[in-house]
Design a protein around this ligand. Structure first.
Ligand code: AMP
Length: 400
């Protein structure tokens, strides 16, 4: 961040959409901690920070009488925690915009923080409304976007607001900058070989990513539930495994595209099969193309792990999105854990590794390997779209 915030009021779009328990206590503050470096820089420069964020989906989950459930969705739930983490005075404004927000922003002393009420209390937020964005912009001298997780949404506080600040008065925060820089290490001139490991439930969620990867990766490893659609498409017997019958043709097209582009596409030779979708089910190792009737593949097997590990070990750039099996159940977590460890080992040997997408991030965190891979993305959907090659509106808005 090259901006100097001395005597400046910065309005900062953060992602404080943290999980809360029934008593509205934060159960995981990762997202808040991720924004701290940016906020600290603003304060250290001698500026003040006005923070805005969404929290949950208040307009989708209204009370029976049609009103917003303020008690549940107020961003005030984070105020004390932010104050404790920063050791700074933090004020909360029960409005997002309006006369009280204007007054509190104007009165905010340098070195202090103001948190505005949940941006999604306003329907204008989701619509990217220019009037609402202008009111937010009027609260501050400069705009900082540090919410990578919402960068794929053209909302008022993430995108539209940028147009009300000159180029020299807006910037990405550290978190956002990091996400973009690390994703670009995979997308732009990666050190080769580049291996992408794609897992998770459905092929249909990852079509664009797979298509894009087949254009520039050297190896594409497919695991998880989506592998069975590829196996069935090639004539395999997959029993009751997860399958998308309307994507069989697509799977064959992707296999053909890989061949044509000389990309090595690896599918799991064997699977840990189970006779029920349960951790207590009977389990057996089976060839993925020969899973018996009534059984289903819930994890990659030992041969698949060995195949995948060999390729990962030789890689110089690694992208991982999606688990290799139903890792939430301990009997089907070995594949995902082994791949996480392989990514860590390859990283220790000098590779660059990026883990992006909710469930693979959860697996790496569960194994406490966050520091053993090069970068763990905080932006599930946004990272997926960035890697698919899509333009993210919040990023584009900053360059205009
Ligand atoms: P995604 O959100 O697409 O990354 O998918 C993650 C989900 O896929 C996790 O909840 C996994 O339990 C699930 N999953 C992974 N492998 C399998 C499988 N072989 N069969 C069924 N579900 C799976």
């Amino acid at each position: 961040m090259t901006l100097d915030f001395k005597n400046k009021k910065a309005i900062v779009r953060v992602d404080f959409n943290v999980p809360l328990n029934k008593e509205y206590v934060i159960t995981d503050d990762t997202r808040i901690r991720a924004a701290l470096p940016t906020i600290k820089k603003i304060l250290a420069d001698g500026g003040a920070a006005i923070l805005m964020s969404h929290l949950g989906r208040p307009l989708k989950k209204k009370k029976e009488d049609g009103s917003i459930n303020i008690e549940k969705f107020t961003l005030n739930h984070v105020t004390n925690h932010v104050a404790n983490l920063l050791g700074t005075k933090v004020h909360f404004c029960p409005e997002t915009v309006g006369s009280q927000a204007t007054k509190m922003a104007a009165d905010l002393p340098m070195g202090e923080i103001l948190i505005l009420e949940n941006t999604r209390f306003q329907k204008e937020e989701g619509k990217g409304d220019a009037g609402f964005a202008k009111q937010l912009a009027a609260l501050a001298d400069v705009y900082v976007n540090d919410a990578f997780g919402t960068a794929h949404r053209a909302h008022a506080s993430t995108t539209t607001i940028a147009q009300f600040f000159d180029k020299g008065a807006k910037t990405f925060g550290y978190l956002m900058q990091n996400e973009i820089e690390n994703a670009n290490k995979v997308l732009n001139n990666p050190t080769r070989p580049l291996t992408a490991i794609i897992g998770g439930a459905k092929v249909s969620d990852k079509i664009l990513l797979l298509e894009k990867l087949l254009e520039f990766a050297d190896n594409v490893i497919v695991g998880g539930g989506m592998a069975y659609t590829f196996m069935k498409a090639q004539g395999g017997k997959i029993g009751n495994s997860l399958v998308e019958n309307d994507r069989l043709e697509l799977a064959l097209e992707l296999i053909a595209k890989a061949k044509e582009r000389k990309v090595k596409l690896l599918l799991p030779k064997d699977s840990i099969a189970a006779d029920d979708f349960s951790n207590d089910a009977n389990i057996a190792t089976k060839y993925t193309k020969r899973i018996p009737k009534g059984w289903m593949g819930l994890d990659i097997g030992p041969k698949a792990i060995a195949d995948f590990q060999k390729v990962i070990a030789k890689s110089k750039t690694i992208l991982w999105n999606g688990p290799m099996g139903v890792f939430e159940m301990s009997n089907f977590a070995t594949g995902t854990k082994s791949i996480a460890q392989s990514c860590a080992d390859a990283t220790a040997a000098g590779a660059f590794s990026l883990v992006g997408g909710g469930d693979s991030v959860a697996a790496v965190t569960q194994m406490e390997l966050n520091d053993a891979v090069s970068f763990v993305s905080t932006g599930g959907g946004a990272m997926l779209e960035f890697l698919e090659g899509k333009e993210l509106p919040a990023i584009t808005a900053m360059t205009k």
